[in-house]
Ligand binder design. Structure first.
Ligand SMILES: Nc1ncnc2c1ncn2[C@@H]1O[C@H](COP(=O)(O)OP(=O)(O)O)[C@@H](O)[C@H]1O
Ligand SMILES: O=C(O)[C@@H](O)C(=O)COP(=O)(O)O
Length: 424
């Protein structure tokens, strides 16, 4: 069996499907594993994405899980390693992007790598080391209010330098504009100055494809999903047959949405779904903290409604409500209570016959996928940039489950309805 050439480690589950989606679109056959598999790969693939839930756990634990994933990928024979994090560089001064990058560099004996969250298809661009989300600088975007990783500085050289002892530099837009040669020269210069990790400016897909060959010699790349579109060419692969890559079994079962993201985009999607007449049940973290059995209440509420169309169970709230809950019960406790409840609800909904499930939010997706005991997913058609439908086997859904893990920030206002329309 041909060995996979690219081994990817994603720090959350929505991010993993985002990366897998871009690799598939670039022409790679991709297998996505949930957590580190405990057996060798038993199907042919060009790339394997191991999805971890390591973005916001203590740095030492994130490092340990990542190194375990690395060892498994190395045992499968991969030639290059890709550490995938969020296109909004979600992290804190404690990590986990810096510590995980450092640990991977140490383990791979690698003295230079890149850090490039640019994802132009979703408006994430990097210019002079500053990350933009659409037309706003990162720290002026909704990310400044993220419940777990508020981003308050847009200068990625500074943000990453606070998380690592390795010297951080910049492959700036002038070098990128000169293509692979320009980038190679810049890397040589940075190396001579002792830089070991370089943020990469990029504002378009064309640039990411043009400079892709410059990453061919690196044992490790670290990035959002954007640079994935420039990597398959390094392995002699060309843009994929999207129809073949996207073929999934036909969809069955009832339809539901579980949303724990509090991003601007998800707030808009929840509002649009509800104002369009969709049925919704709100989960309040304060009631959870007071011991209310909202899981059972939500499942009882959903049962008679599922036959009429998709139902939505959501903890999604505006920043003021999130802050108020966090002040009363603590940031971690609020996050954990909500994730735990939504995961139990996702499982309960599937037990009630849901076969098409949309989950909104990275951490939320991690919790739901774990509750559904999913170990592997196939990537299907793209609903919106960075968000494909997937097909998963789960002991809770013996016939298989269509699942989409939506990054909080991705998708337009009509995403929930568009997702189901695409499957129908
Ligand atoms: N109403 C709320 N109050 C406080 N925390 C919340 C609320 N709703 C959701 N959360 C938590 O906020 C976090 C959102 O993160 P995540 O699911 O990764 O979304 P995103 O993809 O937008 O980052 C989760 O830990 C979730 O449990
Ligand atoms: O790169 C991205 O923006 C996404 O793939 C991603 O990582 C999503 O994370 P969440 O916003 O926490 O869902």
């Amino acid at each position: 069996m041909k060995k996979p050439i690219l081994g990817c480690i994603a720090d959350d589950f929505t991010g993993a499907t985002d990366l897998a989606n871009n690799l598939v679109r670039g022409g790679m056959r991709v297998v996505q594993a949930i957590g580190v598999p405990n057996a060798p790969l038993d199907e042919e693939a060009d790339a394997v994405v191991v999805a971890l839930k390591s973005r916001t756990i203590p740095a030492a634990e994130a490092v340990a899980q990542t190194l375990q994933a690395l060892r498994w990928l190395q045992a499968q024979g991969v030639q290059q390693v890709y550490f995938k994090y969020c296109s909004t560089f979600d992290s804190t001064p404690a990590g986990n992007i810096g510590p995980v990058t450092e640990a991977l560099m140490n383990a791979l004996g690698c003295d230079f790598t890149i850090a490039c969250p640019a994802f132009p298809d979703n408006g994430r661009t990097v210019f002079k080391g500053y990350l933009f989300v659409g037309d706003e600088l990162l720290h002026e975007s909704g990310m400044r209010n993220h419940p777990l990783t508020p981003m308050t500085d847009s200068n990625l050289v500074r943000v990453l330098q606070a998380q690592t002892k390795r010297k951080v530099g910049l492959i700036d837009y002038r070098s990128v504009a000169r293509g692979t040669e320009g980038v190679r020269e810049r890397i040589a210069k940075l190396r001579s100055e002792g830089v070991q990790v370089a943020i990469v400016d990029a504002t378009s897909n064309a640039e990411l494809v043009a400079v892709g060959p410059a990453w061919a010699d690196l044992k490790l790349v670290t990035a959002g999903s954007g640079i994935a579109i420039g990597l398959p060419q390094n392995f002699g692969l060309r843009e994929g047959d999207a129809a073949t890559a996207a073929r999934l079994p036909s969809a069955q079962g009832l339809r539901a949405i579980v949303s724990g993201s509090c991003s601007v985009a998800t707030n808009g999607q929840v509002l649009s779904f509800l104002s369009g007449g969709g049925a919704g049940f709100a989960i309040d973290p304060l009631q959870l903290a007071a011991g209310a059995d909202l899981v059972q209440q939500a499942l009882d509420w959903a049962k008679p409604r599922l036959a009429q169309g998709p139902v939505l169970v959501y903890a999604t709230a505006e920043p003021a409500a999130v802050k108020a809950a966090q002040q009363k019960i603590g940031v971690e406790q609020a996050g954990a209570l909500v994730e735990h409840a939504l995961a139990a609800i996702a499982r309960g909904l599937v037990e009630q016959g849901v076969g098409q499930l949309v989950v909104a939010g990275g951490e939320t997706s991690g919790a739901c996928v774990q509750a559904l005991e999913i170990s592997r997913m196939r990537i299907g058609p793209q609903i919106a940039p960075g968000v494909p439908w997937c097909h998963a086997r789960s002991p809770v859904a013996p016939g298989g489950l269509h699942l989409t893990l939506k990054s909080g920030n991705f998708g337009g206002p009509g995403f929930f309805r568009e997702a189901f329309e695409l499957l129908a």
